[in-house]
Design a protein around this ligand. Structure first.
Ligand code: TMP
Length: 209
């Protein structure tokens, strides 16, 4: 059986991931490509319960508890969803994965990227995306979009927090160009979707090579 492929999609808040994931999964359906759409936080029954704890506005979750909850969610999804889907030869598309934890908890919360990497080893045990799409928008664009909606607990953080998240993504994209592909997210949804489809379909076609 051909192997599966693990793809993640990342970006700061309001980067347009949801829109792009809708467009991408429609393309995958139209092309008969079997996929699992994973979401973090969320993505499984247990994950959805953890998501509620993590994102409820005003919930007094401590920084370390927050970090561990994101990884508890991820460990559940790796075991229950991601590994079986990859073993069955599917494309796994994950709406956020450990790059989010490195950026939000490791850098913006100041818990440290070494600690995040150690927990990643425990929770994910080698299950890594081989391709990551970084949907890049500037923090000022994110702030403008956020102004127009009600905010969850993380979105309600101050501007400095979001600037730090952005800087962390920029640094990760520069450090891992072999895995992380930056996609300009400030264009029309259709133009972004066309780029994403080119990248994903090409990578899917050569997944066994
Ligand atoms: P979402 O809006 O993409 O569903 O993500 C919810 C929030 O959770 C978003 O503000 C980013 C944050 N987050 C972290 O802080 N750490 C993580 O590990 C993940 C997966 C998400």
């Amino acid at each position: 059986m051909p192997s599966g492929l693990f793809l993640s999609i990342e970006g700061i808040d309001c980067s347009g991931k949801s829109t792009q994931l809708n467009l991408l999964t429609a393309k995958l359906d139209a092309n008969g490509i079997a996929y699992l759409l994973n979401r973090e936080p969320g993505g499984s029954d247990v994950g959805r319960q953890i998501r509620e704890i993590l994102l409820r506005p005003g919930n007094p979750v401590s920084p370390t508890a927050e970090l561990l909850l994101y990884f508890a969610n991820r460990a559940q999804n790796v075991d229950e969803q991601i590994r079986p889907a990859l073993a069955a030869g599917a494309l796994v598309v994950s709406d956020r994965y450990t790059d989010s934890t490195l950026a939000y908890q490791g850098v913006a919360r100041g818990l440290g990227q070494i600690l995040v990497s150690q927990l990643h080893g425990i929770a994910c045990r080698g299950t890594e995306p081989s391709l990551t799409l970084y949907l890049r928008i500037r923090p000022e664009v994110s702030a403008e979009r956020l102004r127009e909606q009600s905010k969850d607990r993380l979105e309600a953080e101050a501007g400095d927090f979001h600037n730090a998240v952005f800087a962390a993504y920029e640094a990760m994209a520069a450090t891992h160009p072999e895995r992380i592909v930056t996609v300009d997210g400030e264009r029309s949804p259709d133009a972004i979707a066309a780029d994403i489809w080119d990248i994903v379909s090409e990578r899917w076609a050569r997944r066994d090579r």
